[in-house]
Ligand binder design. Structure first.
Ligand SMILES: [Zn+2]
Length: 169
């Protein structure tokens, strides 16, 4: 990974297929959260990798108001997934014999890339879903205009981005 650099979608990689119903749920969340970033999880299993969308609260504005030095950005420029929300979601997924396969969040007013902050978040030692992929959707003018899926590359430490296409179901 090149430190401090965003990872963008690589057009040479095969696109990831995600069911349209799952994407529409994520897009709706992103539009509702505008002008703040939304965040949440997608759970699934080996039969259907992307099965269920679980919204989580973005607490970044809350943290920013309490401690603007430690949290210089608010929810318009970052997300801080509510821990209670994601732990409950992970427990509920386990009860359904599913697991967290993807973490999603939106970018408002900028592209669907994996920022340096997103990379820091994904590799932090206490991140609860180290094997999950990251879906980033871009909201511009109240509409979702682009999306990308970011995963650790085969080489190990870095991330690669691939485009996302709507599945039929
Ligand atoms: Zn981001």
């Amino acid at each position: 990974m090149q430190q401090g650099q965003r990872v963008v979608v690589d057009p040479d990689l095969e696109p990831e297929v995600i069911p349209a119903s799952v994407l529409h749920h994520v897009f709706a969340h992103a539009r509702e959260a505008d002008p703040e970033e939304c965040c949440g999880l997608i759970t699934g299993d080996d039969v259907q990798r992307y099965r269920q969308v679980v919204r989580c609260r973005n607490d970044m504005t809350l943290h920013h108001r309490r401690d603007p030095v430690a949290y210089p950005r608010d929810g318009r420029e970052g997300f801080f997934m509510n821990a209670q929300d994601y732990m409950q979601a992970a427990d509920a997924a386990e009860a359904r014999c599913e697991r967290v396969v993807c973490v999603y969040h939106s970018h408002v007013g900028c592209g669907a890339w994996f920022s340096d902050l997103d990379q820091e978040f994904a590799v932090q030692p206490h991140f609860p879903f180290p094997d999950a992929a990251h879906l980033v959707v871009s909201v511009m003018g109240g509409k979702v205009v682009d999306q990308g899926l970011f995963q650790r590359g085969a080489a190990g430490d870095g991330f690669v981005g691939r485009s996302v296409v709507h599945g039929r179901w």
